[in-house]
Ligand binder design. Structure first.
Ligand SMILES: [Zn+2]
Length: 410
């Protein structure tokens, strides 16, 4: 049973053309936003329960459009087996929800120690109160002898020749919900230390091979995203017609202009994720200034890239969904200082990742007709607050799913 209500607050940041509404409210019917109410309208008589959030702020739910929470994180965080893998996945999703994340874009790459296929993951997430889109990918890890896996062949390592097999590529394209890191143009360090993965960063495909793969995705009417870093790889990706660049660490000013002209999308991962220094606040501000649709994602769980001054971490402990606001904060703050509107800045964690997932018609902003996925906080997420303890309530499709404030009776 969903319950219909009006929720009002000091400030509603809609991340839409409506902008910020002061002292207004949301009218929620059947788990969707029916109306955005102005201050005058919210105080009219309605035959509905009114939840008054007083001095708090309402924003859209956060979206992390590049994660490895379900496949890789369980065994990185817990001493699980195939039997208990999904138990760990539940705990990890609870952690994401507690941090205000109501939708994720999850990469399935194939994992040497677990033999689940995409159907297992789809079945799991159907039972969980979070919106999950999957990107089926192949992956190349930069060991001495590079190792390849894919979401279709799961725990069995495959050869470079198999990575180029049109049958496999078609299957990956068909199964993929959205352009995540469907292909690793550069071999990845994954979560290994530099000594273990000396070939991380190496370009795995020729331009012709890459063009062929992109064409196969497009023939299947699927967009393709790739893991890429460094000038050479980014040039190749743009040449091949890739739709979404994940990471794009080391992107040059010239390339930023080109990405903007070509209307490509960038998923920045300021925590790390490639062989190069991750996206700095200045880099991210430049992407936004160039009008590139830019999302910030965690790529979690991931050890922070060492010794970068915009990350507060002093160790190599794996960071998860709790890091999203912390790693986005320096970029969001810089944009704020540069005079950007809070709605446009918050889009980096809400509307833009919804666009990456292809779900912007359903959520990512607070507008009539969209899912009632929203947060109640004491400050603007990523701009004024970075800690989950300031996220008092999380609603998904109109249901209160995380509660640090309200009477637990709902
Ligand atoms: Zn990744």
């Amino acid at each position: 049973m969903t319950h219909d209500f009006i929720i009002k607050a000091r400030k509603i940041v809609t991340v839409s053309s409506l902008g910020t509404i002061d002292n207004g409210g949301l009218l929620i019917l059947n788990g969707k936003i029916k109306e955005i109410l102005s201050a005058e309208l919210v105080d009219q008589q309605y035959d509905l329960e009114i939840i008054d959030m007083m001095d708090y702020i309402i924003t859209p739910g956060l979206i992390d459009c590049h994660t490895h929470l379900l496949e890789f994180a369980p065994s990185s965080l817990y001493p699980i087996t195939q039997e208990t893998h999904f138990l760990a996945a539940h705990a990890i999703i609870l952690e994401a929800l507690s941090n205000g994340i109501t939708a994720i874009g999850e990469q399935l790459c194939g994992h040497p120690q677990c033999d689940f296929n995409i159907e297992h993951y789809r079945k799991l997430t159907k039972t969980l109160p979070i919106d999950c889109s999957f990107a089926t990918t192949s992956i190349t890890i930069g060991f001495d002898q590079p190792v390849h896996f894919s979401a279709i062949t799961s725990s069995t390592a495959i050869t470079k020749e198999q990575l180029l097999d049109p049958l496999l590529i078609n299957q990956l394209a068909i199964e993929s919900d959205y352009p995540g890191e469907n292909l690793f143009l550069n071999a990845t360090p994954a979560n290994f230390t530099a000594e273990t993965v000396p070939r991380a960063g190496e370009i795995v495909y020729t331009q012709e091979e890459l063009n062929n793969i992109v064409n196969l995705y497009h023939k299947n009417n699927k967009k393709i995203g790739i893991h890429v870093a460094g000038k050479e790889g980014i040039d190749m990706a743009l040449e091949a017609g890739i739709d979404v660049l994940h990471h794009a660490h080391g992107i040059t000013k010239e390339q930023i202009k080109k990405v903007s002209l070509l209307n490509k999308v960038i998923v920045a991962t300021p925590l790390g994720g490639t062989h190069l220094i991750p996206n700095s606040p200045t880099d991210i501000a430049q992407l936004v200034e160039a009008n590139i649709i830019t999302a910030i994602a965690t790529d979690a769980y991931l050890p922070p890239y060492p010794n970068v001054d915009w990350l507060p971490y002093q160790d190599t402990q794996l960071r998860g969904p709790e890091s999203l606001l912390t790693i986005a904060h320096p970029s969001m703050k810089l944009l704020h200082d540069n005079g950007y509107n809070e709605n446009d800045i918050l889009a980096l964690l809400t509307l833009n990742p919804a666009k990456v997932l292809g779900k912007e018609q359903h959520f990512g902003s607070l507008e009539p007709g969209k899912d009632a996925n929203f947060l109640v906080t004491s400050g603007l997420p990523g701009i004024e607050i970075t800690d989950a303890s300031h996220i008092y309530a999380v609603y998904l499709k109109g249901k209160l799913i995380i509660n640090r404030l309200l009477p637990s009776s709902n």
